[in-house]
Ligand binder design. Sequence first.
Ligand SMILES: Nc1nc2c(c(=O)[nH]1)N[C@@H](CN(C=O)c1ccc(C(=O)N[C@@H](CCC(=O)O)C(=O)O)cc1)CN2
Length: 293
Amino acid sequence: MQLLDGKKVSEEIKNEIAIDVALIKERGEKVPHLAAILVGSNGASLTYVGSKVKACEKVGFDSTLVSLPEETTEEELLAKINELNDNDDIDGFIVQLPLPKHIDEQKVLNAVNPDKDVDGFHPENFGRMALELESFIPATPFGILQLLERNKIETKGKNVVVIGRSNIVGKPMSLLMSRKAYPGNATVTLTHSATQNIEEITREADIVITALGVPEFLKADMIKDGAVIVDVGITRVTDENHPKGYVIKGDVAFDEVAEKASWITPVPGGVGPMTIAMLMKNTLIARERKAKK
Ligand SMILES: Nc1nc2c(c(=O)[nH]1)N[C@@H](CN(C=O)c1ccc(C(=O)N[C@@H](CCC(=O)O)C(=O)O)cc1)CN2
């Protein structure tokens, strides 16, 4: 078994971005500027947004964190989004998900200017991605593509099984793996909560990408020998013996699955850090596209 090391690959990508930023500075141009909107104080979201701000510092971007209280209304959030849409200094921005239940998530994502939508969640970007046109690719699927490509994993003609149909990971991932370009050109099965006998489907997979959020869902007897396993799950499970009070569990029963897999992502240190690195990449792309206009 070989590790699909997201920590290592994400550092490589951030170093490459930092070199590009140094060149931007040398030319006397403005460095990319990412803004993040966080509504409420969900512990995991605070961590992720903190990692995004730290990554901006590392690669040399400007960053702005907009923290809004849990009680923020949909109208107030939409007003903030319009402000960022109109602010020429901001190249790209994200709205950290999930949002509090009283806010309509899709309505909010629809309000982001597609040119600044570095999460790739706006319907225009999603549609363009599906049509294999230039678009922003959501950071987690983009990160998985990079992990496969940089480890030279063959995908053409392979059976890929995606578990989970979220708009952030499962749906875009299934579209990307079925597109013509590498990594892709695979035969894709998108499974979800209504899928029956899922183990019969996963056992046929050359590559399993699981984004379910159920700790240790994928067991060794559900995969075939030599399969590539990509674990997107990051569930916080309470553990009073741990200094943080929780441990992070993936969707994969790592030890037993690793014995059968050819490649596997660890959790933590797999897909998570790639998500952050690819958000940086999308922000750089947003800046470059704007500079060309
Ligand atoms: N607007 C968005 N919201 C959310 C996204 C997203 O891409 N855009 N994805 C997830 C959360 N997420 C980024 O926002 C994210 C999740 C996990 C990690 C990560 O590095 N995880 C570490 C463990 C960190 C920890 O919990 O201590 C790892 O896997 O090694 C980064 C980003 C939902 N919301």
